[in-house]
Write a protein that binds this ligand. Structure first.
Ligand code: BTN
Length: 330
């Protein structure tokens, strides 16, 4: 992959404990002082505050919550997942864009990010709200060597990775409402929409679209009761790129484990530890036969195990039904 000098400069500036000298950067990249100066100016134009002190070099002043290809690439610590980033300030839907890019043949693990979506898609044909400057809208593109029937498990892998990424980046413990909504204090923080293009026995590509509510101060009236953001729950305004990189790192680890076994067995324990429904009474909204029971956990393939009052255990597939708490969304 061609080196992104702007991203690498950002990484070096962020990780440096002191100023970085122009001389060091020249030698690091094998380019001239003028070229370094140009990179710094471009970064400043993008909104970074970079201080240049004579004889001491450059220093990044503060960490603004900027999204962008350079910012994201500068934070990635993965091998494949999220190494190639496409970014736009505004797009219809990152899922739709990722599908267009898949048709063009961009690499496996490509991450598509937008600051805002004007036609964001939710599950079951609903729309998804992605306000500019405060939310995360991202889609990961994969070309997995997998039977199409196994693709829904990737949504669960991403759900767990979101919870782990948020914990690693911020130290905030969120939970999962089966199958894959990340929740905090009973309200929804993140939704995932996975779509795929497949033949009967072969997946052309899968796009896993993730929306995370980060720095929103409030929500539209219609969703105020069920939606929340990290800012609302923790009182902290946080850096979105840091969360994205941490989610990609967690996903890469989990995806490796998933590829080894072809199921979720390696993640089952971690998943059940954060499953908000575990040992809780749930209502299974099966259109044919709704019922109530206690959620016990998941199977190695991601079905929710629910014990009915008569003691029998049902395994619920995520595509077919929704599950609610008895008195609220969770
Ligand atoms: C849900 O209904 O819970 C799923 C919401 C998924 C939203 C994300 S935001 C990024 C990606 N692009 C979309 O259009 N949708 C997903």
């Amino acid at each position: 992959m061609q080196e992104n000098k702007k991203a690498e400069t950002l990484r070096l500036l962020r990780e440096a404990e002191d100023n970085i000298s122009g001389q060091y950067l020249c030698e690091h990249f094998g380019i001239s002082r003028t070229a370094i100066w140009k990179i710094m100016n471009q970064l400043k134009e993008e909104g970074y505050e970079i201080e240049a002190v004579q004889n001491r070099g450059y220093r990044l002043v503060g960490q603004p919550d900027l999204l962008g290809k350079d910012e994201l690439e500068s934070r990635m610590s993965t091998n494949l997942i999220g190494r190639c980033v496409y970014y736009k300030k505004e797009i219809d839907s990152t899922n739709t864009w990722a599908k267009r890019l898949a048709e063009e043949g961009v690499p496996d693990g490509t991450l598509v990010v937008a600051d805002t979506q004007n036609a964001g898609k939710g599950r079951r044909g609903r729309s998804w709200n992605s306000p500019e400057g405060t939310s995360i809208s991202m889609t990961l593109l994969l070309y997995p060597d997998l039977e199409p029937a196994k693709a829904p498990m990737l949504t669960i892998v991403m759900g767990l990775s979101v919870v782990q990424g948020i914990r690693n980046a911020l130290g905030v413990d969120t939970k999962i409402k089966w199958p894959n909504d990340a929740v905090l204090n009973g309200r929804k923080l993140c939704g995932i929409l996975t779509e795929m293009s497949a033949q009967i026995d072969f997946i052309n590509y899968v796009v896993i679209g993730t929306g995370i509510n980060v720095n929103q101060e409030e929500f539209p009236e219609e969703i105020r009761d069920i939606a929340t953001s990290l800012l609302i729950e923790t009182g902290r305004r946080v850096n979105r790129a840091g969360i994205i990189a941490a989610v990609m790192e967690a996903f890469e680890k989990n995806y490796e484990a998933f590829k080894k076994t072809g199921d979720l067995s390696a993640m089952q324990k971690d998943y059940e530890e954060v499953l908000v429904n575990k040992n809780q009474q749930v209502r299974v909204l099966d259109p044919k036969e709704p019922f109530e029971g206690v959620a016990l956990g998941i199977t190695a393939t991601g079905e929710l195990r629910v014990q009915k009052e008569d003691g029998t255990i049902r395994e619920i597939h995520s595509g077919e039904v929704s599950v609610r708490g008895l008195y609220s969304y969770v």
